[in-house]
Design a protein around this ligand. Structure first.
Ligand code: PGA
Length: 250
């Protein structure tokens, strides 16, 4: 059976103490979670402390991004090895906000994926179309191109350590969610794509998460789809009760 995952992308939210407080609340409530792997991605500044607090708990830790260079003169950047050293086991890569505001291409994301894997970080790689692409029914073409670019030269061994997140950009932070049918249709398409490249067994085992205004009120019907293996949650991951309720929606 595939791993069911609920990952919280905090983005650039919470002060240091609010962040610690949220982690402690999550730890308190996480005992109720039976069927999902819980991951949080706080801002970098919290990574080390978060790693200490969640040690031996039901929660794992991700970075929100990492550099496409191993080290060197890249002011403001954090490397995959630094994230790993700080205690992260996962890293979100290619989020649409990184693509839109920081001009990340599939090529750059591919470099980040390779460095993350070398450093034993599991990448959660994001794909998804913008609104006008959806209106023109180009979502399949766009997602296929992103997947091809991001997974260039990624071996069958390495793909086993990658999680995919489908996040339609028009649904992120907008309150608009893909319908369960829309989500299932494209998740199945992504799984078929992985099957074409890596074969049936790998395709059947890869976790594909949905992201975009996923909340307690819609998580159940989204996660009920056979090819939706959980969620990448933004806004609703900032409230402990909502995040835990989503994680209990399988
Ligand atoms: P949202 O964000 O849940 O706030 O829409 C999802 C994401 O950006 O990963």
């Amino acid at each position: 059976m595939r791993t069911q995952i609920v990952a919280g992308n905090w983005k650039m939210n919470n002060t240091y103490s609010e962040g610690i407080d949220l982690i402690n609340q999550l730890i308190e409530k996480s005992d109720s979670i039976k069927d999902a792997q819980l991951i949080i991605a706080p801002p970098y500044i919290l990574t080390s402390e978060a790693a200490k607090i969640i040690k031996n708990k039901n929660i794992d830790l991700a970075g929100q991004n990492c550099s496409n260079h191993p080290d060197g003169a890249y002011t403001g950047e954090i490397s995959a090895s630094m994230l790993k050293y700080a205690g992260a086991n996962y890293v979100i890569l290619g989020h649409s906000e990184r693509r839109a505001y920081y001009h990340e291409t599939d090529q750059i994301i591919n470099e980040k994926i390779k460095l993350s894997l070398e450093n034993e970080l599991m990448p959660i790689i994001c794909c998804g179309e913008v609104l006008n692409e959806r209106e023109e029914n180009k979502q399949f073409e766009i997602v296929a191109k992103q997947i091809n670019g991001m997974l260039k030269e990624i071996s069958p061994e390495d793909i086993k350590n990658i999680i995919i997140a489908y996040e339609p950009v028009w649904a992120i932070g907008t309150g608009k969610t893909a319908t369960p049918d829309q989500a299932q249709e494209i998740h199945l398409f992504i799984r078929e794509k992985i099957k074409n490249i890596y074969g049936t067994e790998i395709a059947n085992n890869i976790s594909i998460l949905y992201g975009g205004s996923c909340k307690p009120s819609n998580a159940k019907e989204l996660f009920a789809n056979p090819d939706v293996d959980g969620g990448l949650i933004g806004g609703a991951s900032l409230k402990a009760d909502d995040f835990i309720e989503i994680a209990n929606s399988f």
